[in-house]
Design a protein around this ligand. Structure first.
Ligand code: ZN
Length: 123
């Protein structure tokens, strides 16, 4: 069991957060075996965004800010795509698409499903 990491989780009044004996109830941080937001650290989107609002500046200062444009080159602009209109027996159903040059190259279904198969050089 773990607690939601939202800094204000305990301030949101919901029935499941209200705990304790009669006359001494408190609204408590949510505690679950599994959460679905923020890599399993937050009970909902509001708590996730509360955390981001509070800590984003510290996080960016700590891990480093982007201070210049990153570049996606033609060599790394290949994405796999899928033509919904293609029939299953045509070889042109799956293809690589270069998002910069617009070039297309055919793919087999096996290559399409192989997450390690890429034309990108990763430079
Ligand atoms: Zn929460």
């Amino acid at each position: 069991m773990k607690y939601c990491q939202g800094p204000d989780c305990h301030t949101y009044k919901t029935q499941d957060r209200l705990k304790g004996p009669k006359g001494n109830k408190t609204i408590q941080t949510r505690r679950r075996s599994h959460f679905y937001y923020g890599r399993g650290n937050f009970c909902d989107q509001r708590c996730l965004y509360d955390w981001v609002a509070q800590y984003i500046e510290q996080g960016l200062d700590h891990f480093g800010r982007t201070t210049e444009a990153k570049h996606l080159t033609e060599e790394n602009a290949w994405v796999k795509d899928y033509d919904w209109r293609g029939s299953p027996d045509t070889s042109h159903r799956y293809f690589f698409h270069n998002t910069i040059t617009k070039e297309q190259r055919p793919l087999t279904e096996a290559q399409y499903r192989d997450s390690n198969y890429t034309l990108n050089t990763g430079e």
